[in-house]
Design a protein around this ligand. Structure first.
Ligand SMILES: CC(C)(COP(=O)(O)OP(=O)(O)OC[C@H]1O[C@@H](n2cnc3c(N)ncnc32)[C@H](O)[C@@H]1OP(=O)(O)O)[C@@H](O)C(=O)NCCC(=O)NCCS
Length: 148
């Protein structure tokens, strides 16, 4: 995939529709557009991946409390997956959070989401506990943590 190029940058409000489109095709229980918009009021919390001027993925991470970061969401447009975009977004977010003094990052992931768990494990995240019935359809979440 040598001709495949993309870059990672901070999201701008005009990216919201593209982010929402990716959200809708990526999750059975997508975040509402209004909630995604609200993250724009927390500067630096959304990164996007851009290829040929098109938004192809996004990641949201917050500084939740002192030294604790929370990865809220990460998704890549279906047709752009398996090309390293997820890795670049997650790496960018970890770097961003670690630059804000975060020492530990947590996230929740569906127990059945093998692709995402595999991505997180590549960066050293480990499953610490399970929350039964976390998602609307009753599926359990695994809580994964990365200590920086
Ligand atoms: C999870 C997701 C963001 C990965 O994005 P991506 O751009 O395809 O990921 P990458 O190409 O950077 O792959 C990174 C790693 O993820 C894992 N992975 C991604 N897709 C996979 C698949 N279909 N099967 C197995 N492992 C997979 C692999 O470990 C991969 O590393 P490798 O290429 O060295 O094998 C993407 O599948 C997605 O958007 N899924 C739907 C939304 C979602 O579930 N988000 C997570 C919410 S917690």
């Amino acid at each position: 995939m040598s001709d495949y190029e993309f870059n990672i940058r901070d999201a701008r409000l005009e990216d919201l529709d593209s982010i929402y489109k990716i959200e809708l095709e990526s999750f059975p229980d997508p975040y509402p557009r209004g909630l995604l918009k609200a993250f724009f009021f927390l500067p630096g919390s959304i990164l996007v991946a851009v290829s040929r001027m098109e938004i192809i993925g996004y990641a949201i991470g917050l500084l939740r409390e002192d030294e604790l970061g929370h990865i809220i969401s990460i998704a890549v447009a279906e047709k752009e997956r398996r090309r390293g975009v997820g890795k670049a977004l997650l790496g960018g977010l970890i770097e961003r959070l670690s630059g804000s003094g975060v020492k530990k990052i947590v996230l929740e992931v569906r127990k059945s989401n093998f692709e995402a768990k595999s991505l997180y494990q590549k960066f050293g995240f480990e499953t610490k506990k399970e929350i039964k019935g976390y998602y609307k359809d009753g599926e359990a979440a695994e809580v994964m943590e990365l200590t920086l």
